[in-house]
Design a protein around this ligand. Sequence first.
Ligand code: PEP
Ligand code: MG
Length: 923
Amino acid sequence: MAVSKNSKKEKKYVYFFGNGEAEGRADMKELLGGKGANLAEMDLIGLPVPAGFTITTEVCTSYYENKKKYPPELNKQVETALTRVEKMMGMKFGDKNNPLLVSVRSGARASMPGMMDTVLNVGLNDTTREGLIKKTKNPRFVYDSQRRLIQMYADVVMEKAAGIEPAEGKAVRQQLENEMEKMMHKKGLKHETELSADDLKELIVIYKKKVKEVLGKPFPEDVKDQLWGAIAAVFQSWNGKRAVSYRRIEGIPDWWGTAVTVQSMVFGNMGETSATGVAFTRNPATGENIFYGEWLPNAQGEDVVAGIRTPNPINEQGKTEHNKKLPSLEKAMPQVYKQLHSVQQKLEKHYKDMLDIEFTIQEGRLFMLQCRVGKRNGPAAVKMALDMLDEKIIKKEEAVLRVSPSQLDELLHPIIDPHAEKTAKKIGNGLPAGPGGASGQIVFSSSDAVEWAKKGKKVILVREETSPEDIDGMRAAQAILTGRGGMTSHAALVARGWGKCCIVGAGNIKIDILKKRFVGNDGSVLKEGDWITLNGSKGIVYKGTLPMIKAGEENKDFVKFMKLCDSIRTLKIRTNADNPDDAAKARTFGAEGIGLFRTEHMFYGKGSDKPLFLLRKMIVSNTEKERRAALTELFPYVKQDIKGTLKAMDGLPVTFRTLDPPLHEFVPINPEERAKLAKSLKISANEFNKRAEALHENNPMMGHRGVRLGITYPEITEMQVRAIFEASAELIKEKKKPFPEIMIPVTCIVTEIKHQYELIQKVYDEVCAKFKLKEIPHLTGTMIEIPRAALTADKIAEYAQFFSFGTNDLTQMTYGFSRDDIGSFLPEYLEKKLLPVDPFQQIDRDSVGELMRIACEQGRKTRKDIKLGICGEHGGEPNSIEFCHTLGLSYVSCSPFRVPIARLAAAQAAVKFPHKATAKSKK
Ligand code: PEP
Ligand code: MG
């Protein structure tokens, strides 16, 4: 068989760059890492980049797959590239007269700031240093560089990469620093920059001795050993503790690997005409189009980042109270500043984004060492996207991709000041159920929350878990913290609905409600009245109060950006709201309808005492007659709430769901409440208790709930539907255009929906006749939240004009994980990587998603124009919204505060998957 030429060709592992001849490009990040790819690109567009080469991420992967051995071709390819660098720089690695020094740096495809290791000044030893001294006539600089190399190399290569875990205070770096301090002390010096060349020369001898003593091996004098040691150390650092935990948090896969870039050293520490700095092409904190950065004269890159010296502002415009006395680069080196300014402009134009750049000035000559897309906060991201659109740098499709959903979220809630958060004391963590940050005094009961709040105190309600009876306390509290529960537990659902900060399932906090105290995971004991702060976006609990940054709801940029998203998206965005107030609020956020009105929610909270009493009366009724009597009393309250909501939505569709939860949830525990109800029903307390007990179920989530209630007690559905139609009829008479959608929950068999459909039709005819109306525009449909319903959706669609995916229950029933109890095991599943994400937050496309896909396909087969939506909590989660877009759903529905995020996510999905712009509904 003929062997093709290509298969014989040696695989390329090393990519050269320098003097405009780069072998890589910006779009080769997967292979060359972000740093390698961007250095190549800067070189190609003619910017001053010191020559070097990048060893690919594939070598990293192969290194780990082959017991830490390199591919055989690597050595030769590195030698060849190094020779090319030497030629270009006019220096030689290891040469005793004219030595080339290199840096060895890591670079994964996504930036992992500070998580992996770097070694600078590789190539210095006792011989090459003499050549460098002769050449630079700057012995102090050379000795300083050599002592830095020994310190960095011993730490990174000889200790960390070798897997040595020293005892506290015994790390080699620390021991070397102690030696330096000893010397400074002996000589009466305050700062290391005061050490003379001779001092440093002496220190180098001390350092080498110490390295041998601590690590049992000498520091390598052979420059090739130094180079290969440093390369291996960078690969090792990919699996270092810091890098691994960063990857877990950021969701970066282990198999990506890091590239290694070997680059000629340029020196910012050669004297007062040398410098180093970092800058952003625009201000990353405000988004303003102002070149922004910091620099330090006579320093190496690590000095700026390490924060030992206060860096100077790069230009006059960037001066603050804090640094106004320090000289700017603009003033200190005007020529170099001018060049740097034009470089940053060129870079921004080329990359069409705000960049973060690193540079070094060696004796008045500028070199670019790195560029990458700069990190920014939420308000800055929105401003930059809009500005760059106005400046015609990017198109509107690109502009909506420039803001991540979590950045947009920053504009909607107060957040903890990130600087303060860095040093705050963590005392526990749980699931991030409600976004933003909040501080308050701890209370352990709902009634205390209400009372304390009345006195003007800020409180955080701490409970094992919450129930609907806690609703007032939850409302009164700044934030909610529970020990149990998952992302769709009661507390999480309610808090999200209000946009309230909330952490659930904080299992590592031991709560003792009776003693009114809890013990944090660090052992600290917190009592009622103590202050804590929650980060509800990350699920972290802190001791004490932390400063907050206000939300920017009034932000004009925000409004403009949202309009941009709306001009692109094809999915409609509805909200889950259960009363006229929430409905009105959701409209201000841009909701285009209500996708889920949970009728049971109207029985809790402000002004619900009477309807709740009547509902309870209905529930403990024993005969249809008793029940009908209670329902008749309840009817006007239900109708009033429905009418108010339809009116607030002013012609937009409102999906009313018939009663869903198991009835026992509504039976009061409080004996006084029970006595009142017994009296009203004219029965004894004993009889009442008997009836209440009869409602008990072992597995209520799969028990007598949803449509099953409507089948066994058709009079309940009948009352609710009548209220919906009569409210609509009255509004029609008032010249309004109500559009109710009646939704049956927990359907799993076609006969169930058929039964309810016929009942609804009967009531519809009666109401039309009563109000002398030819029609009341409406739809009747069902939730799809049981796998059987999804699998038999073609049959169900015979009676349902729409499906709304109830992905909370659908996930519960698909996984068999209880949505209320998942908090006890989910954190371990996530930590052990048994699950990549919480399936109650993000739709699992393989299972729940597949059931949805089948249901859409089957439903459309029976009813071509079937309206499809989602109202489970996933409807506000960006990844799930993208999935819904690809299924061609008409809308997603989420809690009011997530509406803006959903608008953005839908626009991003439309940009990424334009071909799926299907299934637009009339409403
Ligand atoms: C669902 O199950 O996804 C849903 C929206 O209904 P609930 O959360 O009220 O059970
Ligand atoms: Mg449900």
